[in-house]
Design a protein around this ligand. Structure first.
Ligand SMILES: [Zn+2]
Ligand SMILES: [Zn+2]
Length: 280
C-alpha cells in the first residue's frame, strides 16, 4: 500500500521555533489520520489550509504535548461553521480527561459548543494492548511504560510503528518486530544522571536499541527535548543501530511507494521541496 507520514510537530514539551509539539499526519488511500495533537499542531495545519483534511484522530495519551490542541480543533469543527464530527481514539481514561476539558471550555449558550470535544470528536476508548480499526486500517497497541495510560501503536498494514512516550519494554520491542518505519521517541540524548525508566521515556540509546532488537528497517527519532540535541541524539542511537536513521522535523514527509521509503524535507519558504535520504 502506498502511504505517507508527515511530521507536523516533533518536539517534546512545547513548540519551539522549528515547529509544534507532537503531531503526525498519516495519509493512506483511504483516510488521513492525525496522530497526536500537541500545542501548535492545529495552527500549523490551519496555516497550510489542511485542517479539513483529517478523517480521524488518534491520541496516544493525555499529556499536554500530545493533546493540548484538541480543544482548538473541536472549536474549529463547530464554529463558525458546523462540520462533520471526526472519530477519535484514545487510551483508557481518556473520556474523563475529555469531560474535564469540556467542563472548562464548553460554551453553554452555543448548542454546538456546549461540550466541544465530546460533540465534535466522538471518542472510542482503547485499552492499551487491544487492536482497533480506523477507516479500515488496523492498529495494534501495547501499554507504554509511562506515568499515565499511553498506547504505543503499530499499523501492520503499513509497516509503521509509533512508540508514543514510553520507556523501553519487551512488549514494545515485540510490537516493533521487523517494522519498515519505526517512529521512536528519544526524549534525551542519553540517560546519564536521570532515572529514565521510572520517568517513562527513552533516550537515543534506547531508541537505537529498540530499532536493533526489533529488526526495524528504518528508525526516525522524534520527541527530542531540544532541537539542538539532534546530532548528539543521532550519535547515541547509532551505538546500537547501524541501519537507516533520520530525525523527525516539522514539515518533513516520509513517502512510501511500492515499499520504498523516501524522506522529503520540509519545503523552504519561496521554494519547492527538496529531497534527502536520512541526513536530517
Ligand atoms: Zn510527550
Ligand atoms: Zn507523555
Amino acid at each position: 500500500m502506498n502511504w505517507e507520514l508527515e511530521i507536523i510537530g516533533a518536539r517534546a514539551g512545547s513548540p519551539d521555533r522549528f515547529g509544534p509539539a507532537s503531531g503526525y499526519l498519516l495519509k493512506t488511500d483511504a483516510a488521513t489520520i492525525l496522530v497526536d495533537c500537541g500545542p501548535g499542531v492545529i495552527g500549523q495545519l490551519a496555516a497550510r489550509d489542511r485542517l479539513d483534511d483529517v478523517d480521524a484522530v488518534i491520541i496516544s495519551h493525555r499529556h499536554l504535548d500530545h493533546s493540548g490542541d484538541l480543544m482548538a480543533y473541536a472549536y474549529h469543527l463547530a464554529f463558525p461553521d458546523l462540520r462533520t464530527p471526526i472519530p477519535m481514539f484514545g487510551p483508557t481514561g481518556f473520556s474523563g480527561y475529555v469531560a474535564q476539558l469540556d467542563d472548562v471550555h464548553g460554551i453553554p449558550t452555543l448548542p454546538t459548543l456546549q461540550r466541544p470535544v465530546t460533540q465534535m470528536l466522538p471518542l472510542t476508548e482503547v485499552t492499551p494492548g487491544d487492536t482497533f480499526e480506523v477507516h479500515g486500517l488496523r492498529v495494534d497497541t501495547v501499554a507504554a511504560l509511562h506515568p499515565v495510560p499511553t498506547m504505543s501503536m503499530s499499523f501492520p498494514d503499513l509497516g509503521l510503528v509509533y512508540t508514543a512516550d514510553t520507556a523501553l519494554t519487551p512488549e514494545l520491542t515485540k510490537l516493533a518486530s521487523n517494522t519498515d518505519l519505526l517512529l521512536s521517541e528519544a526524549t534525551y540524548v542519553d540517560s546519564a544522571g536521570r532515572d529514565i525508566l521510572t520517568h517513562g521515556h527513552m533516550s537515543g540509546v534506547e531508541a537505537g536499541q529498540l530499532a536493533a532488537d526489533s529488526g526495524a528497517s528504518r528508525l526516525v527519532l522524534t520527541h527530542l527535548s531540544r532541537a539542538e540535541d539532534a546530532e548528539a541524539t543521532r550519535e547515541t542511537a547509532t551505538r546500537h543501530f547501524d541501519g537507516d536513521l533520520s530525525l523527525a522535523s516539522a514539515g518533513k514527509r516520509f513517502l512510501v511507494r511500492d515499499g520504498e521509503i523516501t524522506a522529503v524535507a520540509a519545503a523552504p519558504a519561496h521554494a519547492g521541496a527538496g529531497t534527502d535520504r536520512g541526513d536530517h
